[in-house]
Design a protein around this ligand. Structure first.
Ligand code: NAP
Length: 258
């Protein structure tokens, strides 16, 4: 395969800022591009000065059936890639590798009744894609989405998540969703304040959700801050939850974000 066959050149079709540092953007999608919800794409941005392309992994936030691809990004202070990315505007080109990657997918699991999705920051992205898959709603009795951010303004996609019950397509399933917002650095009515790891360790998260974490029922996905992922994984391993491996389904699937 030549280098050109490895990727397609797409176009930015929309940029949506959430805060000074958080933004989402959409691109056109090649007709042949396939992914499983929860996977990530590798996207490339050309540096106009050196004419070199820099590549980064980005979880796909859009649905597998959408005609576009959507990504959710933070501007990393001093980071060349994300600062360049954040300056892209509608009509600009962006490269997308033809292959999709990653194992943060529900097909890693067998059985299970409750799907827990624990996200910090932009780690929310793959869960948005998973939540737009009808199979997810059909397969599980309960979907628990935990979104941890620092400030209320960073609760990106809150309206979309709370709007599933008003959606023509998802309303019939929406009662299955339990959405927990954690805002760690300011008080927000209805949101929890402690870190997700503390809430897990103390049992407060389970109490708040109204479901117990249980080997038979629970399948758990973790995505975001690598320390959060590592610490949560340790906590859950201590309670007997195992990471799914190829050919050996367990209870946990994880993705570090940077
Ligand atoms: P973040 O620091 O990851 O915080 C998001 C949420 O996760 C907050 O509620 C935070 O709580 C919580 N959290 C952080 N560490 C935790 C841990 N060890 N255990 C449990 N919860 C934890 O915020 P962010 O805005 O997503 O990212 C912050 C910075 O990370 C960015 O500015 C960037 O520099 C870097 N980042 C880099 C990339 C990359 O691709 N290179 C991607 C994402 C983020 P607290 O308020 O208590 O900290």
């Amino acid at each position: 395969m030549s280098t050109a066959d490895k990727y397609t050149t797409e176009t930015i079709t929309d940029v949506r800022p959430w805060t000074d540092q958080l933004f989402s953007f959409r691109t056109t999608r090649d007709r042949g591009y396939r992914f499983v919800p929860g996977q990530f794409a590798r996207i490339g941005v050309r540096d106009p000065e050196s004419d070199e392309t820099v590549w980064r992994a980005y979880s796909i936030a859009s649905a597998s059936y959408d005609e576009h691809l959507e990504f959710f990004s933070v501007v990393v202070p001093g980071g060349a890639f994300t600062s360049r990315l954040s300056k892209l505007r509608e009509g600009d080109p962006i490269l997308v590798e033809r292959r999709s990657y990653g194992f943060l997918t529900t097909d890693r699991f067998e059985a299970g009744r409750d799907l827990w999705m624990l996200a910090t920051g932009t780690g929310l992205a793959p869960f948005l894609s998973i939540l737009h898959e009808f199979q997810t709603w059909e397969r599980y009795d309960n979907l628990v989405l935990v979104q941890s951010v620092r400030t209320q303004q960073e609760l990106a996609y809150e309206d979309l998540i709370q709007g599933f019950d008003r959606s023509e397509y998802y309303a019939e399933f929406a009662h299955k969703l339990r959405y927990v917002r954690i805002v760690t650095r300011e008080p927000v009515p209805g949101a929890l304040r402690d870190r997700v790891t503390k809430l897990l360790a103390s049992g407060v998260l389970e109490e708040n959700v109204g479901l117990r974490l249980d080997h038979e029922r629970s399948r758990i996905m973790l995505c975001g801050n690598p320390e959060m992922v590592g610490d949560s994984r340790k906590l859950l391993s201590g309670r007997g939850f195992r990471v799914s491996r190829r050919g050996d389904p367990g209870h946990l699937a994880v993705e570090n974000y940077w």
